[in-house]
Write a protein that binds this ligand. Structure first.
Ligand code: URA
Ligand code: CA
Length: 433
């Protein structure tokens, strides 16, 4: 087989066979296929696309390029949740303990990554003593005992995807539904989940800005998952404004605790109940979505979800007393209120720009070596559709720097107020099974 013939084949709009896709991915992983040929192929894929069969084959070839996590020692159906990214997305912190409380095993592998705020692990590390440096045996034992544990990302998961994503990033070939869908799905499948619930975001703060693109990506991922034997469904949810109120690390931990107490923001609570219901249903811990939702609501109301959070934190060295005493979380030195300059209604809170404001405060990483400030960030006091009066706070800024003029300016530019009444955005657009 020659790579040049396969590039030509895709360039001319033909379908690549399973053997050809395996040849490409193993050759690219071991270095026998050079970057210049791989970039020609990915550009051909951007223009020509891939059939459903090709997408599933590409996904599985990338899964086989590295380590595959074996979760077979964990009892029950392991369901993983993946969000395509957003601003102030606190769902993982809420969903883990929440669905574990109704008996769904959560064996979460999580990362740090770049972004407006840290990843799930960074957020959890704002709890004193909490750590994810546990070995596989302990990880499995904890999930069997408590139904929930989090471990750091293994070094050698889907190396083909790592190399290919980096190449796409510098060759203008990220924007391809088949390539994005197989990239995301390969990582979830290699991490060992039996079933996958996808939260595909749409809007300004999302990777996919339009509903049409988000829908196409969601369908592509659901089809790949189901084609390779992992029950997969997707929810398309709003990311035009940040989810919940908090954008930051310790601030989002506090928001997750509030939500598990039943006192969280309405949108975050609703999205967690929706995603959680699908997780519980796929794990066969409820006979219907309605029954699953009832079980989750009960776990919030009777305190068992909050209790599960405490057990989870203390089992991994964390100080569980923060759950009852959130003032023990890292605290910023200064707080500032962003006062509304006009009467009216909040018309827009541009999610990605608000994320950038949090990053200016130090809540996120610009490069992989940046150090995160866990205490800082933003707490919105208003959301789209809310009425505001001059002088009322739109947002509280938590900072360790005395001067936040640049942050304030960015927020004023991106929290828009109009005199006319505004409807809040749709939270959940679609549920695709
Ligand atoms: N996220 C991924 O993991 N892969 C892509 O290709 C795009 C976004
Ligand atoms: Ca939030």
């Amino acid at each position: 087989m020659r790579m040049v013939d396969l590039i030509e084949k895709k360039r001319d709009g033909q379908e690549l066979s399973t053997a050809e896709i395996n040849f490409i991915i193993s050759g690219y992983t071991d270095g026998s296929i050079p970057d210049y040929q791989m970039s020609a192929l990915t550009m051909a894929i951007v223009f020509r696309g891939m059939t459903e069969r090709e997408r599933a084959d590409l996904t599985m070839a990338m899964v086989r390029s590295g380590e595959q996590i074996d979760l077979s020692q964990i009892e029950g159906i392991k369901v993983d949740k993946h969000s395509t990214g957003g601003v102030g997305d606190t769902t993982t912190l809420v969903l883990g303990p929440l669905v574990a409380a109704v008996g769904v095993p959560i064996a979460k592998m999580s990362g740090r990554g770049l972004g407006h705020t840290g990843g799930t692990i960074d957020k959890l590390e704002s709890i004193k003593g909490f750590h994810v440096e546990i070995d596989n045996a302990e990880f499995i034992e904890l999930v069997n005992k408590n139904k929930i544990a989090v471990i750091g990302q293994s070094g050698n998961l889907t190396p083909a995807d790592k190399k290919l994503y980096a190449l796409r990033d510098v060759t203008a070939t990220v924007e391809s539904i088949p390539l994005i869908a197989s990239s995301i799905m390969s990582k979830k499948i290699a991490a060992g989940a039996d079933a996958i619930v996808l939260d595909v975001k749409t809007g300004a703060g999302a990777f996919m800005k339009t509903l049409k693109d988000s829908r196409e990506l969601a369908h592509a991922m659901v089809r790949i998952g189901n084609a390779v034997g992992r029950k997969t469904m997707a929810v398309i949810s709003d990311m035009s404004q940040p989810l919940g109120y908090a954008v930051g690390n310790a601030l989002e931990v506090k928001e997750a605790i509030d939500t598990l107490k039943g006192e969280g923001p309405a949108d975050l609570t609703e999205l967690c109940l929706t995603l959680g219901s699908h997780m519980v249903y796929l794990a066969k811990k409820a006979a219907s979505l309605a029954e699953a939702r009832q079980a989750l609501e009960k776990a919030i109301n009777d305190g068992s979800a909050l209790e599960k959070l405490k057990v989870f934190l203390s089992s991994q060295g964390g100080d569980a007393t923060v759950v009852d005493h959130p003032e023990k979380l890292p605290q910023a030195k200064y707080t500032f209120e962003l006062e509304a300059k006009a009467n009216g209604y909040v018309a827009d809170i541009v999610a990605d720009e608000v994320g950038t404001a949090a990053m200016l405060l130090g809540a996120g990483r610009a490069t992989k070596d940046s150090v995160i400030d866990l205490a800082v960030g933003l707490v919105l006091r208003k959301k789209i559709g809310d009425q505001v009066k001059i002088g009322e706070s739109l947002c509280t800024i938590y900072s360790n720097a005395e001067n936040v003029n640049e942050v304030k300016q960015k927020l004023y530019e991106n929290i828009k107020i109009t005199p006319e009444k505004v409807n809040p955005p749709t939270l959940i657009y679609e549920e695709i099974t």
